[in-house]
Design a protein around this ligand. Structure first.
Ligand code: NOJ
Ligand code: CA
Length: 703
């Protein structure tokens, strides 16, 4: 629906809320339509922007409101996440709740006047933080608004300028796109969508729609990030860009028939978030999205353990082995009629090799994909019952493998690829999780490759949003940790479900295996976009950067040292050492960093950052005094000096520096690295020299 709105000339009511440099102004205009503005340091960031909805059967729900009252509250508390980038998180905000109501006659002309509407109530909750604003709509319990359907959410973000923007197309089914950097006025996703032959686009998106988290930078050097928090029982919000006025309008992902959300009052929408700072590092350090999520719903979290893992995985991604046991579909029932192809990765002997490697190197887990029947024709066939999640292939001996893993102190990670058949998974979920409990699997990686069948929903619509949460809840019930691939992008729900350790939901390292790959700048953008909502299973740690694929020009677009640095810059409590054991064994000195680097932290300092260019982060290991530093750059080399002033004064540390060799380059010489050891303290200065597409990783351990 296209609507043209005039911004409020005369206000019925205006209220402000402020926290340090951030100021929010709420206005109810003379037509009873709600608007808001946001300023930073006295300068406008969002100009007057509309709030509200069109409901099915109530096309004037967005106006005709009257001021009913407000509530204000100041909050300043501290909480401890179960795991995370810091030990403690401060939640500090000014809250303004506005109460709106309207009577029987809604006003307005045309069709609206024909509708006879009962009284309505709507609340809008604003929280103003030091680093931005979050707000949500609340539909209180009220007569006449019991079950209702949202046709459109009208929320606008009217930016004050034609900002530089890091964006991916507003595709309803996937976020696995490379980022484009352009001005808001230049956004047009058609070429990107057409070019993306490695992504199954089902519905060509609105050419001017983008996904969140959306990262922007103004000409004056202000960093602005728009996303959402606590996405539950509601579709994901994408943004339509009006290229002339720099106005972004909420565009909710529809269901199969075009409706946006089926709601039941009382209902609170997800929070819309606007993070603002004049320092890019502050955006990466922001805890606003976590703060806007509910505390853990899991009482006893003692069974949740962040960990590193290896997997029977990259060998399939690079074509060395296959997920499937056979090259032909089964003709005689599960497993029975399959003719082996001799290249099946998930065979007992090979899995034991990975378990040995994990045990020897103190890597916590082993993921095995392709262990269960169904992979012969799992892809693109739109069949509902491809997988049952409990039937292994004949060469995968579950008892032998799980006994072996337990004897070596290694945890097995289950893989449940649903091939988009989410209803099939829901039917079988208890059986699947009981199977994990029976055999001692403590984590599961889920997957949703392909179309959502049989309902025709989109990956990012309300029904699937609820599905992902149901899986997290079910996993928690069975004490299983979750890593979801191809879900809707995260919105901080890991606070509420701390067993939901990671998601993919962006273009991961795997694209370097089967496509033209990820540009060297990709990893300098992801923390400002996708990772704003939560940890990513990016699968870092590829050491053999070229020559693993027969396809000319196919390679990883980083140096080896940058792959190490990603363990620090790309935060995840579930972090893969993605390459093959043999590639680690041939670089045992560099692999030492992956063995040492933790996955849970007491403190994090974002030392330098610029989206699209570089990121340097130092983190302090949970429960001890060791620090780990990661520095990465885009396609440009980079030299800088860094003070280690974050170290404790008066203590001495040994730094092991893993860096690009002088002649390293992501394209022609990616595997050239050097390792240096030196003593450092809080007065030391570290020289950082990064090759084109390079990086540096440092472990700094107290003596
Ligand atoms: C896509 C996932 O991202 C990848 O990690 C997985 O191996 C395949 N789907 C198969 O499930
Ligand atoms: Ca994927």
């Amino acid at each position: 629906m296209l609507m043209v709105f005039l911004h409020p000339a005369h206000a019925q009511r205006t209220e402000k809320a402020e926290m340090k440099k951030v100021r929010l102004t709420f206005t109810l205009d003379k037509d009873g339509a709600p608007f808001y503005e946001v300023a930073f340091n006295g300068k406008p960031v969002l100009l007057s922007s509309r709030l509200g909805f069109v409901l099915s059967g109530d096309s004037v729900f967005y106006k005709g409101w009257q001021w009913k009252g407000m509530e204000r509250r100041s909050v300043d508390t501290v909480w401890q996440p179960v795991w995370g980038e810091t030990k403690e998180i401060r939640d500090h905000y000014e809250q303004l709740i506005v109460h709106l109501e309207k009577g029987i006659s809604a006003g307005g002309g045309g069709a609206a006047a024909m509708e006879s509407l009962p009284g309505r109530r709507l609340d809008i909750v604003f929280r103003v933080f030091e680093d931005g604003v979050g707000f949500r709509y609340v539909f209180p319990r009220q007569p006449g608004l019991n079950y209702f359907v949202v046709s459109d959410e009208l929320t606008e973000f009217h930016l004050a300028g034609d900002h530089k923007t890091f964006w991916i197309p507003g595709d309803y089914d996937t976020n696995e796109y490379p980022y484009t950097t352009s001005k808001l006025s230049e956004i047009d996703n058609r070429e990107m969508v057409e070019k993306s032959t490695d992504i199954a686009v089902r519905v060509a998106p609105d050419p001017y729609a983008v996904q969140t988290p959306l990262m922007m930078k103004s000409a004056e050097g202000l960093y602005i990030n728009i996303h959402e928090a606590a996405l539950v029982n509601y579709p994901a919000m994408q943004l339509h860009v009006d290229r002339g006025s720099f106005t972004l309008t909420s565009r909710l992902v529809p269901d199969a028939v075009g409706n946006k959300a089926y709601l039941h009052a009382p209902f609170s929408t997800p929070w819309r978030t606007i993070i603002i700072s004049d320092k890019a590092a502050d955006v990466l350090a922001s805890k606003m999205i976590l703060n806007l999520n509910e505390p853990s719903k899991i009482g006893n979290t003692g069974w949740i353990h962040p960990m590193k893992f290896v997997g029977v995985w990259w060998e399939m991604q690079t074509g060395k082995s296959t997920w499937s046991y056979s090259d032909f579909p089964d003709s005689a029932g599960p497993g029975g009629g399959l003719i082996p192809n001799g290249r099946h990765g998930a065979n007992t002997a090979n899995v034991k090799r990975y378990i040995d490697f994990a045990a020897k190197n103190h890597i916590g887990g082993v993921l095995v994909e392709g262990w269960n029947t169904g992979w012969e024709d799992w892809f693109g066939n739109w069949k509902e019952n491809v997988f049952d999640f409990v039937t292994p292939y004949p060469d995968f001996n579950t008892r032998e493998i799980t006994d072996y893993a337990h004897s070596k102190g290694v945890q097995m990670i289950m893989h449940n690829e649903t091939s988009g058949s989410a209803t099939n998974y829901e039917r079988q979920m208890d059986t699947a999780f009981r199977y994990m409990n029976r055999w001692g699997y403590t984590s599961v990686k889920t997957g949703y490759v392909g179309r959502i069948i049989p309902r025709g929903e989109f990956h990012d619509g309300q029904w699937m949003v609820n599905h992902y949460v149901r899986v997290a809840e079910k996993a928690a019930w069975y004490h299983v940790m979750l890593d979801a691939h191809e879900p809707v992008r995260p919105t901080g729900l890991q606070r509420t479900y701390p067993n939901w350790l990671a998601c993919e939901a962006a273009r991961g390292n795997e694209y370097n295996a089967f496509s033209n790959g990820n540009a060297p700048e990709h990893e300098t953008i992801l923390p400002f976009t996708r990772l704003m909502g939560g940890p990513m299973d990016y699968t870092p740690g590829i050491f053999r950067l070229k020559g693993y694929s027969g396809v000319e020009g196919r390679q990883v677009h980083t140096t080896l040292a940058k792959q190490l640095a990603l363990y620090v810059t790309m935060y995840s409590p579930l972090q893969m050492a993605a390459d093959l054991p043999e590639n680690y064994e041939s670089h045992a000195d560099a692999f030492q960093f992956i063995k040492d680097v933790p996955v849970d932290w007491d403190d994090t300092r974002v030392l330098e950052a610029e989206p699209g260019d570089y990121i340097t982060i130092a983190r302090k290991e949970k429960g001890n005094n060791s620090w780990y530093l990661g520095a990465i750059t885009d396609e440009h080399s980079r030299t800088t000096k860094l003070s280690l002033g974050f170290l404790d004064k008066g203590r001495r540390y040994q730094a092991i520096i893993y860096k690009d060799a002088g002649n390293a380059h992501w394209k022609n010489n990616p595997e050239a690295y050097m390792i240096e050891k030196r003593m450092v303290d809080s007065n030391s200065v570290l020289s950082i020299q990064l090759a084109e597409g390079g990086g540096m990783a440092v472990s700094i351990r107290e003596l």
